[in-house]
Design a protein around this ligand. Structure first.
Ligand SMILES: Cc1cc2nc3c(=O)[nH]c(=O)nc-3n(C[C@H](O)[C@H](O)[C@H](O)COP(=O)(O)O)c2cc1C
Length: 396
């Protein structure tokens, strides 16, 4: 259920830091993307190479690396959740006071994502009134506290203060992210613009970047669906997806039609060519031979093909329009889709290659829901919420 989710794992200076390597491994195995932040003290307990080996990314330590001018903001905005395990008494104190002099506490102050803290310390430190005050302040700020457990502590002592087991922290993260809303769903998503060969080096294409479809796939995976992404664009590195690369409308049609009946939902967000050269040249066309006469023929209608399947999934089409969404209403009715997402690709901040999109949803009864301009990932999130609502009321 954490597949595709982005977790910042903060590690502080206690012996229980050895457990965070296991936690990082559990997260990576679940398909989450994990970036780690170590406090200076944590480096005495856990080697950066171990974490880099597990997560594929070197841990962050301070503000002053070359990679980013403001790593605390990058990490804070990137994160779907920030999890500090183990959290020392010192770190809890910093967080409770809103201090931000080290990278980890600055990330916590800057993020709007859920923050989980798994305290670990000796019983005396845990039960000290100062720590308990800090605990109360963190709870009041909405921080999720996991553990601590009572049991054997470092140095042979026994008592409360032992860090919760990695599996427990993992489960708390799953719960915090409300993941799994689409658990058990099999989802197919298409993305990118198809390329139709003119000759071995040239093609007829379009301006689609694939970003919208990729965001739809990523969001579905993050919500627990099993996702197949069929894309004609360079796929992003999204953990936990089955990715099928295609180039032409014909290849995309075969890939979609072969899989759609096994899916619960198909979101066809690719920009598929309507026409292709009828007879692509076998060898490169030469300037010396003059401009070729390019006869075109229709490509397979992928959407119509899915709509005609005996056991068809809940079907969502995308329509790139160059005018108001109302123009897509007729298309929604004629294509037999359960939902059509229309976007005016000529509007500012909308359409090909942009990070945002302004879409209108067209329901089967012709109702048009116009949404404000939103980041594509947010459009994807709202789209899945809407699909879940519609499916809960319908038969598919
Ligand atoms: C061997 C050893 C083990 C420690 N274990 C803990 C611990 O479990 N919990 C804790 O709060 N502090 C522990 N400390 C103290 C912290 O490392 C110290 O307070 C440090 O300043 C914490 O910094 P940080 O929160 O920035 O990582 C330990 C120190 C040593 C030397």
């Amino acid at each position: 259920m954490l597949a595709g989710r982005r977790i910042v794992l903060g590690i502080t200076g206690g012996v229980a830091a050895y457990k965070s390597a296991h936690l990082a491994r559990l997260l990576v195995q679940a398909g989450a993307a994990v970036r780690t932040v170590l406090t200076d003290s944590a480096h005495h307990f856990l080697g950066p190479a171990t974490l880099a080996g597990i997560t594929g990314t070197a841990p962050e330590r301070d503000f002053w690396g070359e990679a980013s001018p403001a790593p605390h903001l990058d990490l804070a905005r990137w994160a779907d959740a920030v999890c500090i395990a183990p959290a020392t008494a010192a770190t809890m104190s910093r967080l409770a006071q809103g201090l931000s002099e080290d990278l980890l506490s600055a990330v916590v102050l800057a993020t709007r994502a859920p923050v989980l803290v798994a305290p670990a310390m000796h019983s005396e430190m845990w039960s000290h009134p100062a720590t308990q005050r800090n605990l109360a302040a963190l709870l009041a700020d909405g921080v999720i506290i996991v553990g601590p457990a009572s049991g054997p502590l470092a140095g042979g002592d026994v008592g409360p203060g032992r860090m919760a087991e990695p599996e427990e922290v993992f489960a708390a993260l799953e719960q915090a992210l409300g993941g799994g809303a689409l658990a058990g769903w099999r989802v197919l998503v298409t993305a990118g613009g198809t390329r139709e060969p003119v000759d071995p080096v040239r093609y007829l294409g379009n301006r689609s970047s694939g970003k919208m479809g990729h965001a739809v796939a990523e969001e579905a995976a993050a919500r627990g669906a099993a996702v197949t992404l069929i894309t004609a664009a360079e796929p992003p590195e999204i953990p936990g997806l089955e990715v099928v690369r295609v180039e032409t409308a014909e290849e995309m049609a075969r890939a979609v039609w072969g899989r759609a009946e096994a899916c619960d939902v198909a979101v066809l967000a690719a920009a598929v060519a309507d026409f292709r050269p009828a007879r692509p040249a076998a060898t490169k066309l030469r300037r010396a031979d003059g401009p070729p006469a390019l006869a075109l023929e229709p490509t397979p209608d992928i959407l119509a093909g899915v709509a005609a399947l005996a056991h068809r999934p809940f079907l969502v089409g995308f329509a790139a329009e160059t005018g108001p969404a109302e123009g897509a209403v007729a298309k929604a009715a004629s294509k037999g889709v359960d939902l059509l997402v229309a976007n005016d690709v000529t509007a500012a901040g909308s359409g090909f290659g942009t990070e945002t999109n302004q879409v209108a949803l067209i329901l089967p009864d012709g109702t048009v829901e116009a949404w404000e301009c939103l980041p594509k990932r947010r459009v994807a999130a709202r789209l899945w919420e809407r699909i879940a609502e519609l499916r809960s009321r319908g038969t598919r």
